[in-house]
Design a protein around this ligand. Structure first.
Ligand SMILES: Nc1ncnc2c1ncn2[C@@H]1O[C@H](COP(=O)(O)OP(=O)(O)O[C@H]2O[C@H](CO)[C@@H](O)[C@H](O)[C@H]2O)[C@@H](O)[C@H]1O
Length: 696
């Protein structure tokens, strides 16, 4: 029963167990005074009512009894929707007004009754488990939502466990609207990040910080994103619409006390705030250039954090500031100094006492580690050294005099943030293990109670095969013909033979250890034995880039290696390929497999982190032979497992076209929109504000 209650209350705010309903407030009394009061005032706090379905009266008009579940009214108020109830009400009424009221209410009840009569048999028949539970003497409840449209049916077996819940689509739509209207607390949110598309993007962090804020703003929050104003001579146009606010601030860090400016653009309901400083103006990407990472990244992102803490206090965006009660969402180590600054500098001085800070970890492998000697430059009180202190184990030190003493910014964020979110539930667990914790597993384990995993969404304006501006032909789950044309166009663009019957495999991503490009390198000779085409798009590790170039000349007919970062090409590969390979050693969430599924491109992935959660292994025998699953997920990151999974995928593509189409369609129908994820973030925001700040 407990499980049912929790499921029901997740759907609706009020859910009563059937036994509770039976026990209390039973009786016939149509349209109680409380209900009428609600109807007159149309209270916004109205909540779903609960009814008990009485199956013992088979053959007679359906009769529902229930307790009014709307907030603020006493429990004994009962609403009965039935012919008998209608008659009873008319008999009981002793003045005309009352009768009119009753009749008014009756009409509503009548509508609901008709709906139930219409839809109930369908629901139960479609749901053998539900019927089964009823036949075996279980109980069934029907929950109606407030406006009498749509409902949830739950069957509870004798043992008391929930057997099945059926939600009617209409009810779902209506109740979610109701939930949006009544339960979202609007917040002032300050997202701090080193990149956000379309301004700057080197990977998934840019995607997430470019779209989640827009979704949150669309849900009624006031959202500001603070990020650097990178000018590299290539993509400077992205900032063309941002205007100088004229606000300048000298920051209390580093010897020179650097001064930053703030540029602002209001777009898609979000305040995009660009921190301006000469160290952001140089060729390359946000973190480095052809010579590797920039040597002053600690400086560049320390000033970003100081500036982000000042932005809500200083910038009168749209006429007024975000103020001190905001919620900071800081992403990865680049923004990790924000919660430390709040705890160490602002709160002790009475500022940001009502603010909260959530750390979002997209990739634990990058922690912002620098020599301990740099600590005094960070602008933190000396006694806060311990929060950032990080001593490498002996085996990890580079020479005999290396004491391994460093400051680790991500560690500082983990020990000071109010809550921590990672981008999938699997990864939230992995980072608390020695294998996945990158040395921080114990610390993260100690904060398990505030650690959540939320799978990323995808930007469906940007990634939609039906209207993607980067692909030559459009298609949808109802008409896949455009995908075949995209494949032919890609083959042509890459100078490969235009052969629709060949499986075409793609890889898109940073070329590094995380993405297991070494496995691909080792497996390629064997893979090339198949009659396939393989295209890789990526940049990063120099050796891998060179390898891609040389493989292209070795396997002229089959392999293409596109070295570089090119968003339009990534869309064309996603649309044109039949499969997308992601053998990542670890993958906090992974976005490419989500894009691939949406484009009917079947993912073949290593079963880790977010890939485990989002790619469902293909089972051709499930669902009465119709098949289930959206791709292949192999469980060990070895060339053998990867080649085995690719082999099965290739065979399925060639020999089982119907199964292949099933795979494509199921993937395309998956819902990974940002709204889903945003509502989970809202829950985390609420939890953050329920608790006092972690460091006061
Ligand atoms: N050469 C290239 N040209 C064009 N586009 C390219 C490209 N290389 C990569 N991309 C694009 O960059 C993004 C990569 O996103 P991922 O989530 O796969 O990986 P990343 O490791 O960067 O992100 C980290 O953060 C994200 C967000 O939380 C997590 O999903 C992920 O697991 C974690 O490692 C995709 O949009 C992809 O198309």
């Amino acid at each position: 029963m407990e499980s049912m209650r929790s499921i029901c209350s997740a759907c609706f705010s009020v859910a009563l167990s059937p036994s509770a309903l039976m026990a209390g407030g039973r009786g016939i009394g149509l349209a109680s005074p409380g209900y009428r009061r609600w109807r007159r005032r149309n209270l916004p706090s109205f909540r779903p009512m609960s009814c008990v379905l009485d199956r013992s009266r088979e053959g007679t008009p359906l009769q529902f009894e229930g307790k009014s579940g709307y907030r603020g009214f006493p429990e004994e108020e009962v609403l009965v929707i039935s012919e008998e109830g209608r008659r009873h009400a008319l008999n009981e009424a002793d003045d005309t007004d009352e009768v009119n009221d009753e009749v008014d209410d009756l009409n509503v009840c009548k509508e609901a009754e008709e709906k139930i009569e219409d839809e109930l048999p369908l629901a139960t028949l479609n749901n053998p488990k539900y019927l089964d539970a009823l036949l075996k003497g279980g109980e069934a409840t029907t929950l109606l939502n407030g406006n009498h449209e749509g409902y949830i049916l739950s069957a509870v077996a004798e043992s008391g466990t929930l057997v099945e819940t059926v939600e009617f689509t209409k009810a779902e739509e209506d109740t979610s609207k109701e939930r949006q209207l009544h339960t979202i607390v609007k917040r002032s949110i300050v997202v701090v990040t080193s990149e956000a598309a379309p301004y700057s993007k080197t990977g998934g962090l840019g995607d997430v910080c470019g779209s989640l804020p827009v979704t949150l703003a669309g849900r009624g929050h006031r959202v500001m994103v603070v990020l650097p104003r990178y000018l590299n001579g290539v993509s400077d146009n992205a900032y063309a619409a941002a205007v100088d606010t004229g606000v300048r601030k000298k920051l209390p860090c580093f010897k020179d006390k650097p001064e930053v400016g703030f540029f602002h653009e209001y777009r898609a309901g979000v305040d995009w705030v660009f921190v301006d400083h000469p160290s952001y103006h140089r060729p390359g990407n946000p973190y480095g250039d052809i010579n590797g990472s920039f040597g002053d990244n600690q400086f560049r992102f320390t000033i970003l954090c100081h500036a982000a803490c000042e932005a809500p206090l200083l910038l009168p965006l749209g006429g007024y500031t975000y103020g001190q009660s905001c919620l900071f969402m800081v992403n990865d180590w680049h923004a990790g100094l924000v919660p430390v600054l709040l705890a160490a500098k602002y709160r002790p001085n009475g500022v940001y006492k009502d603010a909260r800070c959530i750390l979002v970890i997209h990739n634990l492998a990058h922690q912002g580690v620098e020599p301990a000697a740099t600590f005094p430059e960070l602008g933190l009180p000396l006694e806060w050294y311990g929060a950032l202190e990080w001593v490498f184990p002996t085996w990890a030190r580079t020479h005999a005099l290396d004491k391994g003493e460093t400051v680790n910014i991500l560690k500082g964020a983990i020990v000071t943030a109010d809550r921590i979110v990672t981008v999938s539930q699997g990864y939230a667990w992995e980072i608390t293990t020695i294998e996945g914790g990158c040395g921080l597993h114990d610390l993260l384990g100690s904060r398990k109670s505030v650690l959540n995993g939320i799978v990323n969404g995808i930007d469906i304006d940007d990634w939609d095969p039906a209207r993607d501006k980067h692909i030559p032909f459009h298609y949808s789950v109802d008409d896949l013909s455009g995908k075949a044309k995209c494949k032919a166009a890609l083959q042509k663009e890459l100078g490969l033979a235009i052969r629709p019957e060949l499986p075409m495999i793609g890889f898109i991503g940073r070329l590094d250890y995380q993405k297991s490009t070494d496995l691909i390198m080792m497996a390629l000779p064997e893979l090339m034995q198949h009659d396939i085409q393989f295209v890789m798009l990526g940049s990063g590790d120099r050796r891998t880039e060179d390898w891609m170039r040389s493989m292209e000349s070795l396997y002229k007919e089959k392999f293409r290696g596109w070295v570089g970062f090119n968003v339009p090409v990534s869309h064309r590969i996603t649309a044109g390929c039949d499969m997308l390979l992601m053998p990542s050693r670890f993958e906090p969430c992974g976005l490419n497999q989500l894009y691939a599924m949406r484009y009917g491109t079947v993912p073949v992935v290593h079963r880790t982190g977010g890939l485990r959660e989002t790619v469902e292994n293909f089972d051709p025998f499930a669902d009465e032979g119709r098949g289930q699953g959206t791709g292949w997920a192999f469980s060990t990151p070895t060339t053998e497992s990867m080649l085995w999974a690719l082999g099965v995928a290739i065979k399925t593509f060639r020999e089982h076209r119907a199964s292949w189409e099933g795979l494509m369609r199921r993937g395309m129908l998956k819902d990974y929109t940002w709204d889903n994820a945003a509502s989970k973030y809202e829950q985390v925001f609420d939890w953050a504000f329920i608790d006092p700040p972690y460091i006061r």
